[in-house]
Each structure stands twice: as structure tokens, then as C-alpha cells.
Design a protein around this ligand. Structure first.
Ligand SMILES: [Zn+2]
Ligand SMILES: [Zn+2]
Length: 290
């Protein structure tokens, strides 16, 4: 399995000279499974560049949406394969008692917010509500689990052979209670993430910033750190960077995180900040940094 980041920003795109290195596009991660199948985690603005880079593919493209906040779906309207006749796209996302996944996504892909309707797309688009806890796509076993955020939100775990990726981009695992004071059972997303080869996790705030953002649905550095150490992540990518955090700020953030990670017994090469176009090859049974 291979992983490539196409957007690591949270909340709103943040393009500009001060965010060139980590990137300004919102959440989108590409996974290439061991049989070549393509699986896309979230459809933030990063999916636009991914779509442009994709060759004509024969098999269906699966898009797994964690939730429907705009920073996770905004790129759907600009995903080139959606405009190719005959391309098959399967969109998975959280169920809701309020309306079907298709109807909820169509609130964005319809007038007056968009010039086309879902039914007018020339590709074959289908919607699947991820209410089953576990299912298979090609050689991969997919698990979805509700996690703490604002509104109906899923985390995903994808296992392909011995390799596993856990993706929880928007997550407040302790909801204001420091994780050090909680048992494993009380920590949102804990089982989903356990012993992942690669954990891609929310780390939007510094600990100081978090004090004024409790309940906003995102993690401070301390929680991302403790969550990853306690769940036993082999490798960790910090994700969903705050739009106010420049490259220089994130460099400093990374240094502090690394120091604290090593204090907790982790190895420096296990952890990094997610940045656009970063790739990691997950060999069966082992992980290796790109
Ligand atoms: Zn988000
Ligand atoms: Zn969100």
C-alpha cells in the first residue's frame, strides 16, 4: 500500500507564499492498494490536483468521506474524473437520520452553490452510507467508526496485508479532558487506531491555542502526541494544519512535537508533519519513511 498527501490543511484553503512548503489545500489523501486499486480519503481542495494527475482508470474510484464539512468535500466539484463519461466513482460517508448521503452532498453540488447537479455529472457516481462497521474494497478491509468532532464524523482504518492506515483528520479525542486522565476505553477512536502502521491524525492547535478552542472538535499537540503513543502508532503524520499556521510556525511546532515525542520514548523518524505530495510506502509487515 502507498500513501500520498494531496491536502493537509484544515478548515479552509490557505494558499500563499507563507504556506508553500506544507501546502494550502484542504484534506485529501490518496491510498494505492496492493492490487493497484485507488482509495481516496476525503475530498478537500487537494483532490483537484489528484484528479488532474490520475490517468484514465478502468476500475471504480472509492472516495471515503469522514464528514461533510466543506474542507472535506469542496474539491468534489473540481475532481476531473467526475466529468469523464464512464468513470465510476463510489462515495462513502457517514449516515444521518436527517437525509441520505447523496442529498446531503447535493446541498453543495446544486444551485445556487454550484453550476451543475449531481445527476448531471457524466460519470457514474454512487453513494454508500458507511453504516456497516466493516467491509472490503479490493484487497483491503475497511473499518469506520464514529469519532468525537462537530457533527456526524467517521474515522477510517484501512488494512491491506500486514499494513494498516488509520485516518482521523478531525478529532477531539478527550473533548476537553486531558488524555492522561482517561482510560483507553474512554478515548474516542482508540480501538480504530490501535497499532496502526501509519496514523494520520488531527493536530490543529498548540496547547495554548486549544485553551480557547475546547469543543471545536480538534486536537491540541498534547492530545495528538498521547493518542499516537498510547495507541502504538508505528508512524505518525500530523494533519489538519490550522490556516493561521505558516510554514515557519509549523517548523517550530514540528521541533517541539519531536522533542516531546522522544521524551515519551518515541523515535524521531516515526513522526512528521503532513505536507502536500508527501509519499510513504507501507510495505507488508513493515513501514518505511519516504
Ligand atoms: Zn476539517
Ligand atoms: Zn470538520
Amino acid at each position: 500500500m502507498r500513501m500520498k498527501v494531496w491536502g493537509a490543511r484544515g478548515s479552509v484553503p490557505a494558499p500563499g507564499p507563507e504556506t508553500m512548503r506544507y501546502g494550502g489545500n484542504t484534506s485529501c489523501v490518496e491510498l494505492t492498494l496492493s492490487d493497484g486499486s485507488l482509495l481516496i480519503l476525503d475530498a478537500g481542495t487537494g483532490i483537484r490536483n489528484l484528479g488532474l494527475a490520475l490517468p484514465q482508470v478502468e476500475r471504480p474510484i472509492h472516495i471515503l468521506l469522514t464528514h461533510l464539512h466543506l474542507d472535506h468535500i469542496q474539491g468534489l466539484m473540481f475532481f476531473a474524473p467526475a466529468f469523464r463519461p464512464g468513470a465510476e466513482i463510489v462515495i462513502w460517508g457517514p449516515p444521518s437520520p436527517e437525509a441520505s448521503l447523496c442529498d446531503r452532498v447535493a446541498r453543495y453540488i446544486s444551485a445556487p452553490l454550484a453550476p451543475v447537479e449531481v445527476r448531471e455529472l457524466p460519470s457514474i457516481v454512487s453513494f454508500r452510507e458507511a453504516d456497516a462497521v466493516e467491509w472490503e474494497i479490493g484487497p483491503a478491509r475497511i473499518q469506520a467508526q464514529a469519532v468525537n468532532h462537530r457533527g456526524q464524523t467517521l474515522g477510517y482504518r484501512i488494512e491491506d496485508g500486514e499494513a494498516s492506515v488509520c485516518y482521523i483528520p478531525d478529532h477531539e479525542p478527550g473533548l476537553g479532558t486531558p488524555l492522561s486522565e482517561l482510560d483507553d476505553d474512554w478515548i474516542s477512536g482508540f480501538e480504530l487506531a490501535r497499532d496502526a502502521s501509519l496514523l494520520i491524525h488531527d493536530c490543529q492547535y498548540t496547547d495554548v491555542e486549544y485553551q480557547s478552542h475546547v469543543g471545536w472538535g480538534h486536537s491540541p499537540m498534547s492530545d495528538a502526541l498521547i493518542f499516537a503513543r498510547r495507541t502504538g502508532a508505528e508512524q505518525l503524520l500530523l494533519f489538519h494544519h490550522d490556516p493561521l499556521h505558516s510554514d515557519d510556525f509549523l517548523d517550530g511546532f514540528r521541533q517541539e512535537f519531536l522533542a516531546r515525542w522522544q521524551e515519551l520514548g518515541g523515535a524521531g523518524e516515526q513522526v512528521d508533519m503532513a505536507s502536500e505530495r508527501r509519499e510513504i510506502a507501507l510495505a507488508p509487515g513493515a513501514t518505511q519513511p519516504a
